[in-house]
Design a protein around this ligand. Structure first.
Ligand code: MLT
Length: 395
């Protein structure tokens, strides 16, 4: 008889953002005509940059002519996309061979798919609070999970613990959900730990474009020793508004070997078998993000989100509420007022202010008592949300 993946039974019955959308839908059904102020899931609200749209239209037209038509794409990425990404890394002083970069359909897809490279009998170390897909994907893969809690005492940026033996280590910097960033020194300690233990770091760089401080690394490959222990997963979702369009990239250095196997070669084998690449139309649109005009346009959008974060931070400052993030990241991680639980505060905000946020507990049990606000909302809605927050928190 067919045997099912029993690990699915260990998952929570539904995914965090699905629960939130169910709850908000219920509220809207009970209060028809309500305009919700959406600061929950980190979904972008500004349209794609003009340069990207132009490239996408051009790519569609290319498909109409025999001379410019593309059939199957190279599974690991089109030359024009990979070289555009490579120049982006080079501009920051990170030297990669172009074939160490792989196109993807986005970071969340890739964070799960990459687990194909690793056997079931592995331990994943997840620093919490964490993006919940890390845990769920590892549960599905049958991995043992070590939850490493963090808190205000270490600025939500934990250091390695030599007494823990981990095989896979998730690092997200700038962090989702806390907005905390890892310094060069902190990342170096993790790189040294991974190389010593023979572990692999899965570095989620989805929010790198929000970094303002010059000293903060955008890529794990800015750290000496990372080429022998890390995979970097990045996406254009938050950088360039691709949450619905879908395109990202993954870097696997050729120097990364474990158990006598070269992970780069394994991933080529995986991609060439399991995918036919990413649509040429999307890759042409995505390559336009990295042109000078594309970069200027996406920076303008990022500045709108950064301004949203400022508006929210000012409201919390006025009310004396503790928070972190918001500066080098699009998320603000605040303490719930009056010792409220995070789902309790979620309900209160929704009922009294029609603001949707994300309860900290959804990112792991150490997130209880905290709440995440996203700066990806509409600018006018965010101003209104800040005003309502101030009113509520001053009560
Ligand atoms: C979030 O809100 O945590 C993110 O938008 C989720 C994602 O990127 O999939």
């Amino acid at each position: 008889m067919i045997k099912m993946n029993q690990h699915y039974k260990e998952l929570k019955s539904s995914y965090l953002f699905y629960n939130i959308s169910q709850k908000t839908q219920q509220y809207c059904d009970e209060h028809p005509g309500t305009h919700l102020l959406k600061l929950g899931i980190g979904d972008v609200t500004l349209p794609l940059a003009g340069e990207v749209i132009k490239a996408l239209h051009g790519a569609v037209d290319d498909q109409a002519e025999k001379e410019t038509f593309s059939g199957y794409m190279p599974e690991c990425g089109a030359d024009y996309f990979l070289s555009a990404v490579n120049s982006y890394y080079q501009a920051r002083g990170v030297q990669l061979a172009q074939d160490e970069i792989f196109v993807s359909s986005g970071a969340s897809d890739e964070l799960g798919d990459i687990l194909d490279l690793f056997a079931e009998d592995n331990t994943a170390l997840i620093m919490e609070p964490a993006y919940p897909a890390y845990v769920d994907a590892n549960v599905m893969a049958g991995h043992r999970i070590v939850h490493m809690p963090s808190g205000r005492e270490n600025g939500f940026v934990p250091d390695p613990d030599e007494s823990i033996d981990a095989d896979l280590i998730y690092i997200c910097s700038p962090n989702n959900p806390t907005g905390a960033v890892f310094s060069r020194e902190q990342l170096k300690r993790w790189v040294d730990y991974a190389n010593t233990k023979g572990a692999v770091i899965l570095f989620d760089a989805a929010y790198e474009c929000f970094i303002e401080d010059e000293a903060i690394p955008h890529s794990i490959f800015e750290i000496e020793g990372a080429r022998t222990c890390a995979i970097e997963i990045c996406s254009l979702s938050k950088t360039a508004g691709f949450t619905g369009t879908r395109c990202g990239y993954t870097v696997i250095p050729r120097d990364l070997e474990r158990g006598g196997m070269v992970l780069h070669d394994m991933w080529i084998r995986n991609r060439t078998t399991k995918t036919n690449g990413i649509s040429c139309i999307l890759q042409k649109g995505a390559a336009a993000v990295f042109t000078p005009a594309g970069q200027k346009a996406v920076r303008e959008n990022i500045m709108v989100y950064k301004n949203n974060a400022k508006v929210l931070m000012e409201a919390l400052d006025t009310c004396g509420i503790w928070y972190c993030g918001g500066k080098n990241a699009p998320y603000i991680w605040m303490k719930c007022p009056d010792g409220a639980g995070s789902w309790e505060f979620f309900d209160r905000l929704l009922q009294e202010t029609q603001i949707v946020g994300t309860p900290g507990e959804g990112f792991g049990s150490c997130g209880e008592g905290y709440f995440r606000l996203s700066s990806f909302g509409d600018a006018e809605d965010t101003r209104e949300a800040a005003a309502r927050l101030k009113k509520l928190l001053k009560k």
